[in-house]
Design a binder for this molecule. Structure first.
Ligand code: RP5
Length: 164
């Protein structure tokens, strides 16, 4: 069974959530992705969440837009860590998604990321960091990614300010 499962409320969330998948791939973390809706398929959501740990998943990433109760409802049914990604909505630009994911009442935790693509990529990164605690190869891949990112930024600086 893959280590990480990416759950999204609709196929329309995939252009955002694929950024989590790309990050997991880059860091060598096995994952799968599913469409499960908190309000359109509530029974499936309950079954999935209750069985996620016994299925072998270690981290769940939940992405949804609008009244985005998906990550919170998953977290209510499992002890696994859940990271929530607010998907940008057409009406309120994702502010509704952010507030409904981030503002969890005390006692059930969802680690909420930024709205949109950056949040999805960082959810993949954070999930990899959790997996990396027990997996030296993933941990090394994260260190390499960070070093590469730093080198890229330093190179940009040299490009912009050659004479300083
Ligand atoms: C949520 O409603 C989904 O997560 C999606 O972001 C939003 C709109 O879904 P569609 O109407 O595009 O299927 O359930």
């Amino acid at each position: 069974m893959p280590n990480v499962v990416i759950v999204m409320g609709s196929k329309s969330d995939w252009p955002t959530m694929q950024n989590a998948a790309l990050m997991l791939e880059k860091l060598g973390v096995s994952y799968t992705a599913k469409v499960i809706s908190a309000h359109r398929t509530p029974n499936l959501l309950t079954d999935f969440s209750e069985q996620a740990a016994s299925q072998g998943y270690q981290v769940i990433i939940g992405g949804a837009g609008g009244a985005a109760h998906l990550p919170g409802m998953i977290a209510a049914h499992t002890h696994l860590p859940v990271f929530g990604v607010p998907v940008r909505s057409s009406q309120l630009n994702g502010i509704d998604s952010l507030l409904s994911i981030v503002q969890m009442p005390k006692g059930v935790a969802v680690g909420t990321l930024a709205i949109g693509e950056a949040g999805a990529a960082n959810a993949g990164l954070l999930a990899a960091q959790v997996i990396g605690l027990q997996n030296p190869d993933v941990q090394q891949a994260i260190k390499d990614f960070r070093a590469e990112q730093t080198a890229t930024v330093l190179a940009q600086d040299e490009l912009i300010l050659p004479s300083l």
